[in-house]
Design a protein around this ligand. Sequence first.
Ligand SMILES: C[S@@+](CC[C@H](N)C(=O)[O-])C[C@H]1O[C@@H](n2cnc3c(N)ncnc32)[C@H](O)[C@@H]1O
Length: 449
Amino acid sequence: MLRRLIIQRPCWKRTGYFGSAVQPSLVRLRSTYLSQPGAKVTRIKTEEELAQERLEEQLKSESRFIRWGAIARTEKFTKGMTKYLIGAYIIFLIYGLYFMRKMYAKEKELERLEAKRKEGQANEYEELRIKELRGKMRNRDKLQLAKYRALPHNENEDTSQFDGITLEKNDENITNRKILPARDTTDFYDFKAAEYDEGVNFEEKAIFMGSRRKWLMKHCQGDILEVACGTGRNLKYVDLSKVNSITFMDASEKMMELTHNKFRAEFPNFKKAAFVVGKAENLVDLAASGDGQGVDPETRVKYDTIVEAFGLCSLENPVKSLQNFEKLLKPGGRIVLLEHGRGTYDFVNKILDDRAEKRLETWGCRWNLDLGEILDDSGLEIVEENRTHLGTTWCIVAKRKGDLKKNSELGFVEKYFGSSIKSKIEAYETAGKSGSPKAGGDSDELPRK
Ligand SMILES: C[S@@+](CC[C@H](N)C(=O)[O-])C[C@H]1O[C@@H](n2cnc3c(N)ncnc32)[C@H](O)[C@@H]1O
């Protein structure tokens, strides 16, 4: 927009070259100077010109932020950025396609291997590869897989080339001499019972174990079994409004006495509670012979939730005990464990190993066990596995083999992109045929296979 121009020129030139016809409108044209010598025209600048001047000033500014801001507004920069963004977008697309292809190939391989496993024909390498594809490798699996890959083999998809080959195991719990053999700790805990609570209080407070115990007990609903309950340290976190019956079990009579006294003091009116002295290794036999008194025989032998805190480290046979838990679990039930064992880092494990003997003497537990190996050997299916305190505290939710996960337990990827989509589609299709509106729909528990 042009504004009014001011014409400065001597009076005698008023009728000069242009004669008296010089009109302000003519001078309003672009030139700064009139053609008459000495006649200077100053005009007010356009908005664009002012902006350009401002930009140039800012490009010379002392402040680097103002300078960078100005550079980002220059035409050269904007054009360069556009090219760069288009390039990045193309790279992103290519990578995305490559990634999807890889995912698809993995999914196909997994499907093929699992079909083989279902027929009972998968070799050890294939079992390990299934774990690798599912991202569920333990340390020993990584070592074993590396051994297989070090063998002379063809780099093709034919994994049956490893048929008939079985390599020596490298289980941490067997090969590590600092992991002491399991033992019967009943007498130890009978002796320790009176001073147990006082002894562990400080350690637990220092690492906020209360919040973990709370996490453990919030899973309790329906008929509950707490194995290796000790002195009843989890009692204050249980919400009995969600509980139908609760059975406590421990090998040590003295520890159990403390749980019993605490429970009766805390919940004097709760009738469906049983207190069983016995070993987790004999759990199935105990449940069948009816030693758990006070609980309806129909519900006594199967539980909705089986919980255990810091028990695996003291049991004589943790794998067998976990297998017993599975046998006593109702369909859709959950085993919830709060345990301690080997950590995520070597330096932590070295500390645990070096003090394993002292720990066993003081607390009767093997705190350097590889719990991953124990869990895998038990055959339980892990729904949730979280580890804290440098990986030494294990928070596990597990289910019976073959039970489906609840909707609330599915992760985002699993829910929307994982192979579960396939099973959900199948569930919908089956529901469509059978006319059941619930299958694969809103039900919290997905239908059992
Ligand atoms: C480290 S204490 C944990 C106690 C309690 N759960 C807690 O969180 O404080 C281990 C408990 O396991 C019990 N225990 C040891 N061996 C057992 C077995 N074979 N079956 C059942 N309980 C056992 C001990 O008596 C002891 O009470």
